[in-house]
Design a protein around this ligand. Structure first.
Ligand code: FES
Length: 168
């Protein structure tokens, strides 16, 4: 007699499953793998900012994919965190255009304001200041930062701090 293994899909909230279903419906049946990025984004959001192994396994089970295909995506894209991190993700682009327009001053101001360095989270678990970010494709409005997928462009250090202060 074989033991029944726990079903990892149960870790996904109903809202997360609905969102995954919505994206899966956009692809042909053999293209469920195309929904991995969105599924991971939803699972990360559900888990307040990072993906645990169990959640990645749940996404794999829900999409009917081998877990390795989900781990590969989660570890490749900088938008995913696989270790505990603050709820609000802050990414300051430090690539060439932003660097030439003063991104180092933005990083410095934000680090000072939040009291943390890049790669760290605030002690209250609210903000996660991601490691220095590569080009986020908004070079024409450099310097810029992304706060939970929302772009803020043509920034000054003062504006960056104000934007973070306004985050609930
Ligand atoms: S270099 Fe910063 S958005 Fe491209």
């Amino acid at each position: 007699m074989s033991a029944t293994l726990p079903n990892p899909v149960g870790l996904l909230s109903e809202h997360t499953r609905q969102e995954i279903d919505r994206w899966v419906a956009k692809f042909p049946p053999e293209g469920r793998r195309s929904a991995v990025i969105t599924a991971l984004r939803e699972a990360q959001h559900q888990n307040h900012g990072y993906l645990s192994t169990e959640l990645m396994d749940a996404v794999a089970a829900y999409l009917g994919l081998p877990p390795i295909q989900v781990y590969e995506v989660a570890s490749f894209y900088s938008m995913f965190e696989t270790r505990p991190a603050g709820r609000v993700h802050v990414s300051i682009c430090t690539n060439i255009s932003c660097m030439l327009c003063g991104s180092d001053r933005i990083v410095e101001a934000v680090e000072r304001h939040l009291g943390i360095r890049t790669g760290e989270s605030t002690p209250d678990g609210k903000f996660f200041l991601k490691r220095e970010e590569e080009c986020l494709a908004a070079c024409n409005n450099a310097p810029m930062m992304m706060v939970d997928h929302v772009y803020h462009e043509n920034l000054t250090p003062e504006q960056a701090v104000k934007i973070l202060d306004a985050v609930e």
